[in-house]
Design a protein around this ligand. Structure first.
Ligand code: NAD
Length: 354
């Protein structure tokens, strides 16, 4: 067996239907006396319910979380911390809200209690990002890792199906790259395979009935597993490409992941055969190439399939290929500019990987 290191992350995970009723108790276990609730403007009503549940432990709400964590939002949240003398951050929402909580934790040193309401998996990682002047700086810092995560599928019942699919495919991407990560290990490989299986199965059920609690539970369980893999391993070509496309061409994060994933898997297939078999098995398509199985899943779920359909311009393909090939990073198959150019062209047109 290949040599490996396994270092478990110390996050307390509370999972189940209606467990978010334990919010006050869980905040108390973190020693919180004044918890500031973060949310997007759209999730203000839910944040108010969280504040009510926190009772005397609630400090207030900051509702200006937006995608890619602009510095202005971090400064606004810091002012809210100072105004309310908050000693804990409760982030209720998706990766955008949790991203703001991470940036705030780095600035303030406060612990995070995360209550995710999408499937993007950010709550299980110490990866943070802040955007200033159109440039997103990212990094890893233990202080950005939530101390407690409450997963309650009832909070995802109203998550629109298209956002469910996009954030769910984003989660599958974490687990897929975790299966061939340079620093992977057998436990994370098990989590990856089970995470992909649960997410694909959950999303397929949600297509028939988007408010089915069992399917919501299965998808959220998949999100936890896939997020744990992202938080524990280094990512490769797929994540680097999506970071470039999102950051430099302003493409929507989760949809970009969903479109690029089959093509990145097709590129890496020759160098990661066992990982591809495990992905195909998890998608219940044993024997089929993983790239095709992922493309077919996205198509079955009605996800966008072509970068041109989410705002990419043909004129930008060459620049994106240059950028993706310019900085060296580990990938199971060496990154060459012509190969990346062809991958991006296929993703731009939305062609089923051969
Ligand atoms: P999001 O947080 O941007 O949310 C998308 C929209 O859905 C928002 O308007 C939000 O208010 C709304 N929403 C969220 N939950 C809802 C619910 N249950 N019901 C109704 N509406 C709801 O989406 P996301 O895909 O979770 O996050 C994307 C961001 O997360 C990106 O900026 C990405 O970079 C980041 N991310 C970070 C990591 C990490 O490890 N740091 C991992 C994955 C994603």
């Amino acid at each position: 067996m290949q040599e490996f290191v396994y270092a478990a992350q110390s996050v307390r995970v509370v999972f189940g239907v209606d467990v978010w009723s334990k919010l006050n108790t869980e905040a108390g276990l973190l020693g919180a006396e004044k918890a500031l609730v973060l949310c997007t403007p759209r999730q203000r009503t839910l944040a108010q319910r969280a504040l009510d549940a926190l009772a005397e432990r609630g400090a207030g709400i900051y509702d200006q979380a937006i995608m890619h964590v602009p510095t202005a939002a971090v400064q606004g949240a810091m002012a809210a911390v100072a105004r309310t003398a908050a000693d804990c951050i409760v982030a209720i929402g998706g990766g955008s809200t949790i991203g703001l909580a991470k940036a705030l934790a780095l600035e303030s040193g406060l612990p995070i209690l995360a209550v995710p309401t999408t499937y993007s998996g950010s709550e299980m990682t110490s990866i943070y990002g802040v955007t200033e002047g159109g440039v997103k700086k990212t990094g890893k810092d233990r202080r950005a890792l939530p101390r407690t995560v409450i997963y309650d599928p009832t909070l995802t019942l109203k998550l629109p199906f298209d956002i469910s699919v996009a954030s769910g495919m984003n989660a599958i991407a974490h687990a897929a790259e975790g299966l061939y990560a340079q620093d992977g290990n057998p436990v994370l490989a098990l989590m990856s395979e089970e995470g992909i299986r649960a997410m694909a199965s959950g999303l397929r059920q949600l297509k028939k009935q988007p408010d089915e609690l069992g399917a919501r539970s299965e998808s959220l369980y998949g999100a936890w597993l896939c997020g744990t893999v992202l938080g524990s391993t280094g990512m490769a070509l797929h994540h680097k490409l999506c970071h470039t496309l999102g950051g430099s061409f302003n493409l929507p994060h989760a949809q970009t992941h969903s479109i690029v994933l089959p093509h990145a898997m097709a590129y890496n297939a020759v160098s990661a055969e066992r990982a591809m078999q495990r992905i195909s098995n998890a998608l219940e398509r044993p024997g089929q190439p993983a790239a095709m199985a992922l493309y077919d899943l996205a198509q079955e779920l009605g996800a966008p399939l072509a970068l041109r359909d989410i705002g990419m311009r043909a004129a930008d393909i060459d620049r994106a290929a240059d950028m993706a090939a310019s900085k060296p990073y580990w990938n199971p198959r060496p990154v060459d500019r012509d190969g990346i150019r062809a991958l991006l062209q296929a993703a731009f047109e939305g062609i089923r990987p051969a």
